[in-house]
Write a protein that binds this ligand. Structure first.
Ligand code: TXA
Ligand code: MG
Length: 378
């Protein structure tokens, strides 16, 4: 099978920086192109399987062998779509910035809206995010289930900064779907997963929706049949001393309020009482991405005292002389973006410069974030 793709789109088997890309997908095996030595043989769905997308070489009905394959792919940095009780998620290792960048690229997501990390149980969640009384009550009441908690990172949290779009707070969810839980147990780490649909399209509630929308951009779809709910999880900020619902979803406001009230805790009901929302979608908040010093974009030659972050042929300069990607790979650049900005900021330089980044593909998101960081502060 030959895929023709625009530059720098994630493709099955690796990242493609060229306009033409070849991948062999046979009925009984995947040949993964990066690294070339990796070769997975997968058992295909049988005629008796009850999944939605039998016949697609990308799609495997959930069983112990397909779960193992999916976990191996995640460990190799690949993307796997899997069912949850809400919608199908497009999963990648949440600790691996390159995998996370590949998720954004595969979805053509226009900006780095932070992603939810999925884990097998509450213990795994609180190893990554700092426990609060609010979080403990809600986790106890609604996990596993369609609830996402926003918590401060633990000091040793390994979730990539790109997963949380540069924020120090992370989103954690313990899904209830048995296939998702089995995958998370087998993988043994956090899986970043937005809904498995191209950006701006309808969320997928069946495996064939995923195959139709993203089939040429991912490595495997685990088919667990139709999702129960189809409505995404409720996102609740539990990082402070009052809970705030950032996104309504599968667990209702009434349910959350009742659980918290019973424990003597408070939900700030900022939609029902008409008050202004405390926190909007992080992707819209300019200051979130701003370093301490001034940031200049599209810099070709560093000025005196500037910490220049390079890209492609423009080399870095200053104390770190770092680059987003020496080879000019936008997916690699996206994966490195927040770490490079943090490191450059920590040098104490008065100005950070960033080399020009193309605006194609995931470059649009990189430029979006850079322009927010460079915007005048209020
Ligand atoms: O049901 C679901 O939640 C599905 C399944 C796959 O789990 N996932 C999903 O992901 O809907 P996504 O990427 O479409 O939505 C994530 C939401 C966004 O509204 C995002 O702004 C918010 O969670 N979010 C993620 N991390 C955040 C953070 N650190 N702080 C505040 N909001 C965050
Ligand atoms: Mg979504």
């Amino acid at each position: 099978m030959i895929f023709f793709s625009p530059a720098l789109r994630y493709q099955p088997g690796g990242y493609c920086a060229h306009s033409k890309f070849e991948s062999r997908v046979a009925k009984t095996e995947f040949v993964l192109l990066r690294p070339p030595s990796l070769r997975y043989t997968v058992a295909m769905a049988h005629d008796s399987d009850t999944g939605d997308c039998n016949g697609s070489p990308l799609c495997l009905t959930v069983d112990s062998s397909s779960i193992s394959k999916a976990a191996q792919l995640l460990a190799a940095g690949r993307l796997v779509a899997f069912p949850t009780e809400t919608v199908y998620g497009l999963g990648g290792d949440a600790r691996n910035a390159e995998s996370v960048a590949a998720i954004f690229a595969a979805k053509d997501r226009p900006s780095f809206n932070p992603l939810i990390s999925h884990v097998a149980d509450a213990e795994a969640a609180f190893a990554l995010g700092q426990k609060t009384p609010l979080a403990m009550v809600l986790a106890d009441a609604f996990w596993p289930g369609p609830l996402t908690l926003i918590l401060h990172r633990q000091a040793d949290c390994q979730i990539a900064m790109l997963t949380s779009a540069g924020l120090d707070r992370i989103a954690l969810r313990v899904p209830a779907h048995e296939a998702a839980r089995a995958l998370l147990r087998e993988f043994g780490g956090p899986v970043a997963a937005p809904s498995a649909n191209p950006s701006g399209r309808i969320s997928p509630s069946r495996a064939d929706h995923v195959v139709n929308g993203l089939g040429d951009r991912i490595d495997l779809v685990l088919d667990g049949g139709p999702c129960e709910s189809g409505v995404e999880s409720t996102v609740v900020d539990c990082s402070g001393d009052k809970a705030v619902i950032l996104r309504p979803g599968g667990v209702t406001r009434e349910q959350i309020s009742a659980a918290l009230t019973k424990a003597g805790l408070t939900l700030v009901n900022n939609q029902a009482d008409g008050s202004k929302q405390d926190m909007v979608s992080p992707g819209m908040m300019q200051s979130h991405y701003a370093p301490n010093c001034t940031l200049k974009m599209n810099v070709l030659t560093p000025s005196e005292g500037m910490e220049l972050i390079g890209f492609g042929e423009v080399s870095g300069a200053g104390m770190l002389a770092s680059t987003l990607s020496a080879s000019g790979n936008l997916v690699e650049a996206a994966a490195n973006l927040f770490d490079r900005l943090h490191a450059a900021d920590a040098t104490g330089a008065s100005v950070i410069g960033v080399a020009p980044i193309p605006t194609t593909g995931i470059g649009e998101a990189i430029n979006d974030r850079l322009s927010r960081a460079a915007a005048p502060r209020s």
